[in-house]
Design a protein around this ligand. Structure first.
Ligand code: 8X3
Length: 250
């Protein structure tokens, strides 16, 4: 049985991935900020596989390190797969009207948080000469769209960091790849628009967006490849979406 650690596991793509990996017999370390949701998830998925939960904010580098180092019992102390999923968009404003707190949140969570978690996990993977890291990027890491400025910048950083990790960890037999989703129907837009559900709902109206489960199945495909196969970079969009700026609505 392999062990996967998932950040941002209590909602959206992270939650669907946790459920999918549990169905496919992976032991799980589920990380998130909401203790209550983590406990519920643990209760549910423990019926299928061994589950441990860690409650931390990826922005808090000391807590990230401390929580991950607290995993001393098998199978949780041998993370085979790291899924760096935690990430958010905050605001959708032109660069001259950007909110500094939004910028901090996106850079701190999407870029630095991913680095802190990876920093805590990589040493043991390197020691065992075995591991698989999947960074959840975005189509926003491939193309920049109007008002996406800093969010797109944070996801372009994930794209570059994924390549950098793959290069540097290559001598240690650690696979590194990215899964880059386009529009996925989650609470993503609700967070981006700070709880304005009407505006958030409009993002997904008039077409069929990707569902979290669609992305979870792509992640499952990536982690179930034989050891000599690494899905380095995979972009997935709904059929209605041709690019970050071209979307066919009814
Ligand atoms: C999510 C895709 O197009 O909303 O990262 O930026 S998009």
């Amino acid at each position: 049985m392999k062990t996967a650690l998932i950040t941002g596991a209590t909602s959206g793509i992270g939650l669907a991935t946790a459920q999918t990996l549990a169905d496919n017999n992976y032991a799980l370390v589920l990380c998130g900020r909401n203790e209550e949701k983590l406990a519920e998830l643990k209760e549910e998925l423990s019926e299928l596989v061994p589950v441990e939960t860690l409650c931390f904010d990826v922005r808090d580098k000391e807590k990230v390190e401390e929580q991950i180092n607290s995993l001393t019992e098998f199978p949780f102390n041998e993370i085979n797969i790291l899924i760096n999923n935690a990430g958010n968009a905050h605001g959708l404003d032109p660069i001259d009207k950007g909110n500094l707190e939004d910028w901090d949140a996106m850079m701190d969570i999407n870029v630095k948080g991913l680095l802190y978690v990876s920093h805590a996990i990589i040493p043991k993977m390197r020691e065992r000469k075995n591991g698989h890291i999947i960074n959840i990027g975005s189509t926003a890491g491939k193309e920049v769209y109007p008002n996406g400025n800093v969010y797109c910048g944070s996801k372009h950083a994930v794209d570059a960091i994924t390549t950098g990790m793959r290069l540097d960890l290559n001598p240690y037999n650690i696979r590194v790849g990215a899964v880059n989703p386009g529009l996925v129907q989650t609470n993503f837009s609700e967070v981006r628009f700070k709880g304005d559900t009407e505006r958030a709902d409009k993002v997904y109206q008039g077409y069929m967006a990707l569902q979290p489960q669609d992305v979870a199945e792509v992640i499952l495909f990536a982690v179930t490849r034989p050891p000599h196969v690494n899905i380095a970079d995979l972009t997935v969009m709904c059929t209605a979406q041709a690019s970050s700026v071209v979307l066919k609505k009814d």
